[in-house]
Design a protein around this ligand. Structure first.
Ligand SMILES: *Cc1c(COP(=O)(O)O)cnc(C)c1O
Length: 436
């Protein structure tokens, strides 16, 4: 045993991890066994859910064949959409490589279901940065605002609590058509909502306005719990395939799952009125979409282990972490506040240095389309921008928090976090002797 840990330490050293960082990490990891067992249990349940969905929809070898051009009668595409609908407990789903990313999926679902004069409400405060331009919160060409769709927002109360009185007032607006609920914190330090909390919010909304569409931005939330928002009343649920449900294998894509009418409305926007779901070739992505969805529960579990490890480790070093090392998880994102740009930069450079791809690249802060400040992004990913793969990003603005996520395997996530600590130590941001 002694010899084997020597061997392990030597391996870490060969990758640039020093002895003190390694043993600090080992001490943190040792305490996490019960948490990891819980995460594995959720993965086991969700793995069975996915296999059952594939079996019930008779996924066959023919589903893996590609289609081109119009993509009429693409068996693989149509069956995959049924699998998503079964697993998420919805009437229908749209799962396409023609959806470029999460923002595209969300924008498509919104634009497909809102008409001029309608109002959109976010009862959970400001939405994800890129949605600001989709909605027109920040003036933008082609936004919903330009099409005469108004937007209203009810901010959260301290402690990330829903402002039920404020929401009740907002629900009195006659032209309110759709409520969008973002599950994950995104680039904020508020907490991520549990599926149960989302269910309670939807029940409250439906109790007053059963006619409004309740949509959930489920990015980063898939398979973290045993239930999804669609199983607690959401009419529409939207996410990205280069996050959890793509399992790291999907090279592109997004999904929109929910009530048939609303999914079809989105499809008429994604393609065009009259065509809807009928067109859209799967090209060659079906094997990756199927296999990625199959792997997604355990890949998500690996990412969760990385997030819990990062939280526990940086909490021990005295940094603000959201969620804390012991809190329940409802998405795979871990926020760590460093209070200084140097901390954000060192952390991201560490994540990059631990990657299988582009490990020799040193990321720097940069202005990104869709974001209102410079952002530093670390991603040595097989799929560009994939954030189910080990990745970190931080907008260079107060409170100088970094958002860490992903890790296709737990050991790779662990290496990334140890490497981030290594870089912080080298930048003089932490001293390991003080804590141990
Ligand atoms: C990632 C994300 C999006 C946008 O997805 P992209 O694929 O980056 O366009 C939207 N909402 C939330 C909560 C996200 O995490």
């Amino acid at each position: 045993m002694e010899e084997r840990s020597e061997e392990m330490l030597d391996m870490y050293k060969s990758l640039g991890i020093s002895g003190d960082v390694f043993s600090f990490g080992e001490d943190v990891a040792k305490e996490l066994a019960p948490r990891f067992a819980e995460i594995d249990r959720v993965a086991e349940f969700n793995q069975l859910k996915v296999i059952r969905g594939m079996q019930q929809n008779r996924v066959s070898e023919a589903c893996l064949y590609p289609s081109t051009g119009y993509g009429y009668n693409d068996l693989g595409r149509d069956t995959l959409e049924k699998v998503y609908a079964t697993v998420f407990g919805t009437e229908d789903a749209l799962v396409r490589p023609l959806i470029a990313c999460g923002t595209h999926a969300l924008g498509t679902a919104l634009a497909g279901n809102l008409r001029p004069g309608d109002e959109l409400l976010s009862p959970v405060g400001k939405p994800y940065d890129t949605l600001e331009e989709v909605i027109g919160i920040r003036p933008s060409r082609g936004s919903l605002a330009e099409y005469g769709i108004s937007y209203n927002q009810v901010d959260l109360l301290p402690g990330s609590r829903f402002d039920f009185e404020g929401i009740r007032e907002a629900l009195s607006h006659k032209n309110l058509k759709l409520v969008t609920i973002q599950r994950s914190k995104g680039y904020q330090t508020r907490k991520t909502f549990s599926v149960q909390e989302i269910g309670e919010l939807i029940r409250f909304i439906k109790g007053i306005r059963p006619d409004v569409i309740c949509m959930v931005d489920n990015c980063y939330g898939e398979f973290v719990e045993t239930r999804e928002p669609s199983e607690v009343g959401a009419d529409l649920m939207v996410g990205s395939l280069i996050k959890n449900p793509g399992g790291g294998l999907a090279p592109i894509g997004g999904y929109i799952a929910g009530k048939k009418e609303y999914v079809e409305n989105a499809a008429y926007r994604l393609t065009t009125p009259g065509l809807g779901k009928e067109v859209g070739p799967s090209l060659g992505v079906n094997p990756a979409f199927y296999q990625g969805f199959f792997l997604a529960p355990t890949v998500t579990a690996s990412a969760l282990k990385g997030a819990v490890f990062a939280a526990s480790l940086y909490e021990k070093l005295g940094f603000d972490v959201v969620p804390s090392g012991s809190e329940d998880r409802h998405d795979i994102i871990q926020a760590i506040t460093f209070g200084k740009p140097e901390g954000v930069i060192a952390f991201c450079q560490g994540i990059q240095a631990a990657a299988p791809v582009d490990s020799y690249v040193k990321p720097e802060p940069w202005p990104m389309p869709g974001y209102d400040s410079d952002v530093i992004m670390a991603a040595g990913a097989f799929v560009q921008g994939s954030s189910i793969e080990l990745s970190a990003d931080g907008p260079i603005k107060p409170p100088y928090a970094v958002y860490f996520q992903g890790g296709l395997t737990w050991p790779s996530a662990k290496l990334g976090i140890l490497m981030s600590l290594q870089k912080l130590k080298e930048a003089g941001m932490v001293s390991l002797r003080e804590v141990s």
